[in-house]
Ligand binder design. Structure first.
Ligand SMILES: NC(=O)c1ccc[n+]([C@@H]2O[C@H](COP(=O)([O-])OP(=O)(O)OC[C@H]3O[C@@H](n4cnc5c(N)ncnc54)[C@H](OP(=O)(O)O)[C@@H]3O)[C@@H](O)[C@H]2O)c1
Length: 263
């Protein structure tokens, strides 16, 4: 059966754990007494995080693992290392993602490939490896970090939006496909958060303008973990969540204009 109970004493894998929401998920997961495997490319940041979690005196443990979700060999290595350490992964949180502020006409092959291979193909490969290990146990929980951009596409973030629409579709199919296996699926759709995401995506000005409307990744991480432990099928986190269902009924051009006022 899916987790559906307190998130304590579980083995949790978080991708994209070196900054922002992933970092907050790892810290909150460890604080609640879980063994957390923190995966990202920046090993130095993960080691610092492990040190911080160790110093905090909580009951949980953090194991940093260098992994690039775009690289199939790196994903195999990630799961091989986890297999050596624990009998079973209980929860996998697909969080790693990148964006890039660019019009469709100007985005380079390299930029588009990086976004699709990190956000979508990485999520697909991580999920496949996770469920292969969960199915024999008849339990587990897969979480997907989507975005409002997975429901309402944004200009100059077309490729990012396409990958988040893809993540939503993949999660929906996974929920149906895994229904009989005992593995739960939780789709998490955060509103705008104060992380490095916008700077990395070349949207520093946007982030500065929106600063006072942003949620902290720590708040989002707490709500995300609660949704996972309750086996909720999906959750939108942010003050806009009440409005999102209505936005879908507006013409997209108007919905996009309204979005900054309700986030
Ligand atoms: N910030 C927002 O307003 C917002 C809103 C809605 C949804 N989200 C979603 O929230 C999630 C977390 O984003 P964030 O805001 O926390 O951004 P962030 O601070 O930029 O963190 C992104 C993380 O992804 C990792 N990553 C990037 N490429 C990777 C790769 N190839 N392999 C492994 N890890 C990789 C980065 O670590 P390394 O560079 O060390 O690999 C970093 O830890 C994403 O799914 C994003 O789409 C964000």
């Amino acid at each position: 059966m899916a987790i559906d109970g307190p998130l304590q004493g579980k083995n949790i894998l978080v991708t994209g754990a070196s900054s922002g929401l992933g970092r907050a998920l790892v810290k909150e997961g460890a604080r609640r007494g879980n063994q957390v495997f923190a995966a990202a490319r920046s090993m130095d940041k993960l080691r610092n995080l492990a040190h911080e979690v160790g110093e905090s005196g909580g009951q949980g443990r953090l194991t940093p693992i260098e992994a690039d979700v775009r690289d199939p060999a790196s994903i195999q290595n990630l799961f091989a290392l986890i297999d050596q350490m624990v009998l079973k992964v209980d929860v996998v949180i697909n969080n790693a993602a990148v964006g890039h502020n660019s019009s469709i006409g100007e985005i380079t092959d390299e930029e588009a490939t990086q976004i699709v291979s990190t956000n979508l193909l990485g999520t697909i490969m991580i999920t496949r490896e996770a469920i292969k290990r969960m199915i024999p146990h008849g339990s587990g929980q897969i979480a997907f970090i989507s975005s409002l951009a997975g429901k309402l596409a944004f200009p100059n973030l077309a490729v990012y939006s396409a990958t988040k629409f893809g993540v939503e579709g993949f999660a929906e199919a996974a929920r149906e496909e895994l229904g009989a296996t005992g593995i739960g699926v939780t789709l998490i759709r955060p509103g705008i958060m104060d992380t490095n995401f916008f700077k990395t995506a070349g949207m520093g000005d946007f982030a500065r303008n929106m600063k006072n409307k942003m949620q902290t990744p720590e708040d989002v991480a707490r709500q995300a973990l609660e949704a996972i432990e309750r086996n909720k099928s999906e959750i939108t986190i942010g003050s806009d969540k009440r409005f999102l269902p209505f936005l879908k009924h507006f013409p997209r051009s108007i919905a996009r204009k309204l979005l900054p006022y309700i986030t």
